[in-house]
Write a protein that binds this ligand. Sequence first.
Ligand code: AMP
Ligand code: ZN
Ligand code: FE
Ligand code: FE
Length: 274
Amino acid sequence: MKYADLHVHTHYSDSTFSPEEVLSAAEGKALSAIAICDHDTTDGVEPCIRIGDTKGIEIISGIELTVEKPDAEIHILGYFIDWKLEWLQKKLKAIQDGRIDRIYKMLEKLKLEGVNIEAADVFDIAGKGSVGRLHLARAILKSGAVKSFREVFEKYLGFGRPCYSPNINFEPKEAIEMVIEAGGVPVVAHPGIMRKDEYIKELAGYGLKGIEVYHTDHNNSTTRHYEELAKSMGLLMTGGSDCHGAGKGRVLIGTVRVPYEMVEKLKEAAGRAG
Ligand code: AMP
Ligand code: ZN
Ligand code: FE
Ligand code: FE
């Protein structure tokens, strides 16, 4: 059997792993393919393809976009997007710039809560990629203000918590259309975290093609629930570990995987010959 892990981050967003480290960690995990799905950037795709070629691991170009509803944060994965498109890179750059402004907003809110973090600290941790809450969380942890990631998100940075700030306004319809226009297949990421199935129905109306049924944060009953929902809606069932290197403690790559057949189905959906 051939397997694929369809949700992996690199240090171009908030994983601690470089492309070299991602591919080294993937070796020995019996993975034939991995999808690089960084937050709002595709910069990790090309370097991973180069290294994957030398190791016989197929790299699927991907992305993870964030859109927001008043009561939910929705992540949209885009598989097989053409990352070389100029308009796409322009849009991503605008979103990445928005992420920088957002860090300053969250730092202001943290200050009001008595947590003083230097912006430079956060940007140092982030390196040159797409900056986000996991980088900020690491800076807060380093300062000693909290004891665990869990505490940082529960107290300050989680969706709806006092120091949370949204990304630039991006409608679900726009995100789905952006993936499709870039030649990709839109899939809703880890719906078990948001648990707002009505939004999946809405996304399907815009052209959503799949549900990430298998995910690190889905327990058995959540997984069964989304298997049923995907079947009843006629959507593909993808899955991946959402590995962030050592960024969330344990290295997760390969711990959630799907049969390689799913890659073929995604290729078909993207209009590519298998
Ligand atoms: P951002 O794209 O900047 O909004 O950050 C998203 C990252 O923060 C993802 O990697 C999430 O896994 C992580 N994250 C968001 N909420 C939580 C939470 N409640 N606990 C742990 N990590 C979280
Ligand atoms: Zn992340
Ligand atoms: Fe996500
Ligand atoms: Fe992710």
